[in-house]
Write a protein that binds this ligand. Structure first.
Ligand SMILES: Cc1cc2nc3c(=O)[nH]c(=O)nc-3n(C[C@H](O)[C@H](O)[C@H](O)COP(=O)(O)OP(=O)(O)OC[C@H]3O[C@@H](n4cnc5c(N)ncnc54)[C@H](O)[C@@H]3O)c2cc1C
Length: 288
């Protein structure tokens, strides 16, 4: 029987800290547990919703009766060497914080631009998270995943479909394990990481609950620029608003609600549509 908790406050499972109550949240500890939950989802016809660090997901208010699956107990990690490269194989719940510590310890190159993204490795793979010109798929070798029917697959990167902040895993299954390759560096990786973190601190509202970038950047232009030009930087509805520091970051000033967030997103989409004739596409994943 997979471990679970009942009546879970979903605002505690997402970084913007809004949302209602989950009837149940499951905490699988291995691949068999995940398969059992996929079977439960099929048998009960309830959608399965994985939750990593919760930094790109928001939940509606009220009571939600899905098969919520937290990856927080899936944190096994293996480091090996192959042809002078470091191969890290991580279960989905391993955090970027943990990976940053490894990268600093062995002075490994490749991951540094991604430091500071508050992700689990699984969530990052599903979203193809990226920063400063690097995407997680630049480092991925293979992904072990379980499809919506409960069948396991190990897919090499070249057989995975992914693009800007999107991958096949957003619809097709549960990411269980990720293998990434990094190499020893001649550079001072800790110093580069320190600078990235300082840069993030300067530009992002890290003092408030936030779900990070709200909209994807349309081709050739940043969503933050469009929102700012449409007068939405610092614009708020109740306790939810676009940050004063970064127009594409939605923040919670205290008692924000999902309804306020929904209104805010609708206004932003309409305004940017009217001003620039551009349809903004949401990056954050909304669970209603
Ligand atoms: C302060 C801040 C800064 C950020 N900076 C960046 C940035 O620079 N670049 C960037 O790309 N993003 C950024 N983000 C967004 C976010 O951190 C990334 O999208 C991250 O990859 C999400 O990982 P997570 O573990 O939090 O996933 P979650 O938010 O928990 O989940 C995201 C989606 O993936 C699904 N999911 C999670 N785990 C699995 C799994 N194992 N299998 C299948 N589906 C799964 C969820 O159901 C959901 O749909 C930022 C967010 C914040 C709050």
């Amino acid at each position: 029987m997979v471990k679970f908790e009942e009546n879970v406050d979903l605002s505690k499972l997402c970084t913007i800290k809004i949302g209602g109550v989950a009837k149940k949240v499951y905490f699988p500890e291995n691949k068999e547990d995940i398969k059992e939950l996929i079977k439960l989802s099929l048998d009960t016809d309830k959608k399965l919703i994985p939750i990593g660090v919760g930094s790109n997901i928001v939940f509606r208010d009220g009571v939600l009766d899905y098969i919520f699956v937290s990856t927080s107990n899936l944190k096994k990690l293996d480091i090996s060497k192959e042809d002078g490269n470091f191969i890290i194989t991580a279960e989905t719940g391993v955090s970027f914080k943990t990976l940053v510590n490894i990268v600093k310890k062995y002075n490994l190159e490749g991951f540094e631009n991604l430091s500071g993204i508050p992700a689990s490795i699984g969530g990052a793979v599903v979203m193809n998270a990226g920063a400063y010109g690097t995407e997680i798929f630049d480092l991925v070798e293979e992904v072990e995943w379980i499809d919506n029917k409960g069948v396991s697959h190990i897919s090499k990167k070249e057989n995975i479909s992914y693009g800007y902040r999107c991958t096949q895993f957003q619809n097709e299954g549960f990411v269980y394990k990720v293998k990434i390759k990094l190499k020893k560096s001649e550079k001072n990786i800790s110093e580069i990481i320190k600078n990235h973190l300082l840069e993030r601190n300067k530009k992002q509202p890290l003092d408030l609950p936030t779900s990070g970038s709200t909209f994807k950047n349309p081709e050739g232009i940043s969503a933050g620029y469009l929102l700012e030009k449409a007068g939405l930087k610092g614009f708020r509805i109740g306790d939810i608003g676009f940050s004063e520091k970064h127009a594409n970051f939605t923040v919670n000033y205290g008692k924000g609600t999902f309804k306020q967030l929904k209104n805010l997103l609708e206004i932003a989409e309409r305004r940017v549509g009217d001003y620039f004739e551009i349809n903004l596409e949401k990056e954050i994943r909304i669970v209603e």
